[in-house]
Design a protein around this ligand. Structure first.
Ligand code: ATP
Ligand code: MG
Length: 441
């Protein structure tokens, strides 16, 4: 951009300098020629009015081989007098343009090249009362000479001007681009008012992206740290128990207990790793090509069946309501969605609690509601439970084998389906989570 602006400024400068110089040369040429012809006219008049023409010998004597050359031509074009040389040796002058012009119009002018390129001959011819034509001519520096004489000065002037323009254009370009450069160097201070209001929308976009990038990087880092931490705990247990067995420090009853612990912790690791993989799968934005029309009620029924044993174990009743409702989605995603919500509703419930799953059309849209009479979620945690690894009560979640990734997966699935999720919860009373599917019902 800098180079481009620089080149454009320089092009404008060079074009204007060269045109100005050429125009100056042209104007001075016209002035110079006019001056010469004015002079010639005056001389001619003077010669005519002083009557010196009558006295040709004196005229010859005074003007012989002088700069000013006087010629007298009669009606036939014959040269009757010539101050520079002998008139008898001159050819007929009728065809000379200035003479022709003088015969027909009264006066005529012409410029002709001289013997050298550096000189020009200027002619002025005037028809006198007696019908003869008097022609006065003078040699002067030709345009070419004037131009070539001026060339060195013009060249130096041009060079100096171009150099100055170069400096100015550099300065201008730098000062034009300075604010942009400053913005680029200080991404953190983008909020400050900038010199060019035209840039404001760009800066806003860049700022937003910049913040998103920083936020994402922070989130990714936090996620990695969390995953590592979550992996460490079960692995430490597995390592500890197996070491005890290896060293023969466990009785045969212990061995069974330790094996159970190792088994439980390995399962925990597997769940965790599966959840992490699933999250990253959902993160990489796939297109919706794999979407098909699915009956959400059917999916919910399968899930409820699958979780029934779990519910019984927790002494919770699990019930499905509603009717067949179609959505465009992916089977696996819908299964995970319903499973995770029901699993939470059972897990964070009380003895003799209830879970009701409803699939129905509401306002023309398919809706999934999972309600429980469980422990509820305190207001201050409600926003955050969809974050990865966020658990309200760490010990309760862990003791039931939770990884804290369930609702993060739910959030991703909801986003991928362009659905909306809402939560209502009261501590000690229960929780109600509703997912509304946009589009066809
Ligand atoms: P995972 O689902 O990965 O096995 P998790 O259940 O702990 O583990 P999430 O499903 O993401 O993780 O839930 C996050 C937290 O939100 C839970 O730890 C729990 O504290 C709280 N929570 C979720 N659903 C309910 C609910 N229905 N009632 C009360 N608390 C809930
Ligand atoms: Mg869960």
């Amino acid at each position: 951009m800098k180079k481009k602006i620089n080149i454009q400024l320089m092009t404008i400068a060079v074009i204007s300098i060269v045109t100005t110089l050429l125009m100056a040369v042209g104007i001075s040429r016209d002035l110079f020629w006019n001056q010469i012809f004015e002079d010639l006219k005056t001389y001619t008049r003077l010669i005519c009015y002083t009557g010196i023409l009558e006295d040709t010998p004196r005229l010859k004597e005074k003007f012989f081989q002088e700069d000013l050359r006087i010629t007298l031509i009669d009606r036939e074009g014959k040269v009757v007098f010539e101050s520079y040389t002998d008139a008898s040796r001159m050819e007929n002058h009728k065809d000379r343009p200035e003479v022709q012009e003088a015969f027909s119009m009264g006066e005529g002018m012409a410029v002709r090249k001289s013997s050298t390129i550096r000189k020009s001959s200027f002619y002025y011819a005037l028809r006198m009362e007696d019908g003869k034509v008097i022609r006065v001519s003078q040699e002067a520096d030709s345009m070419w000479k004037i131009f070539s004489d001026a060339l060195p000065v013009m060249g130096i002037t041009l060079a100096i001007l171009i150099f100055l323009c170069l400096l100015v254009s550099r300065f201008l370009t730098a000062s034009l681009l300075k604010p942009i450069k400053q913005i680029a160097e200080n991404m953190d201070k983008l909020g400050e008012p900038n010199t060019y209001e035209e840039l404001t929308p760009f800066i806003a976009t860049i700022q937003k992206q910049h913040e998103d990038i920083l936020k994402n990087a922070g989130m990714r880092q936090e996620f990695t740290a969390n995953v590592s931490h979550e992996l460490k705990t079960p692995l430490t247990s597995i390592s500890g128990y197996s070491e005890l067995i290896e060293n023969g420090m466990a009785t045969s009853e212990d061995v069974v207990r330790f094996a159970r612990e190792i088994h439980r912790n390995s399962n925990r690791l597997l769940t965790l790793i599966n959840d992490v993989i699933r999250l990253s799968e959902l993160d990489t934005a796939e297109r919706e090509e794999t979407f098909e029309t699915i009956d959400l009620y059917e999916i919910a029924a399968t899930c409820v069946d699958m979780l029934q044993i779990n519910a019984e174990k927790n002494q919770v009743t699990l019930e499905l309501r509603g009717s067949s409702c179609l959505v465009r989605s992916e089977k696996q995603m819908l299964e995970e969605l319903v499973y995770n919500l029901c699993d939470n509703a059972i897990r964070y419930n009380n003895k003799d609690g209830r879970v009701v799953v409803t699939v129905q059309i509401q306002g023309g849209k398919t809706v999934l509601i999972v309600e429980d009479t469980g422990i509820g979620i305190p207001k201050e945690h409600q926003e955050r439970i969809f974050e990865r690894f966020y658990r309200v009560d760490k010990s309760r979640s862990k003791s039931t084998g939770g990884t804290g990734l369930g609702l993060a997966i739910v959030k991703h699935i909801v986003a991928r389906n362009h659905a909306r999720i809402s939560l209502e919860s009261r501590v000690g009373e229960g929780t109600r989570i509703m997912v509304v599917f946009e589009g066809e019902g």
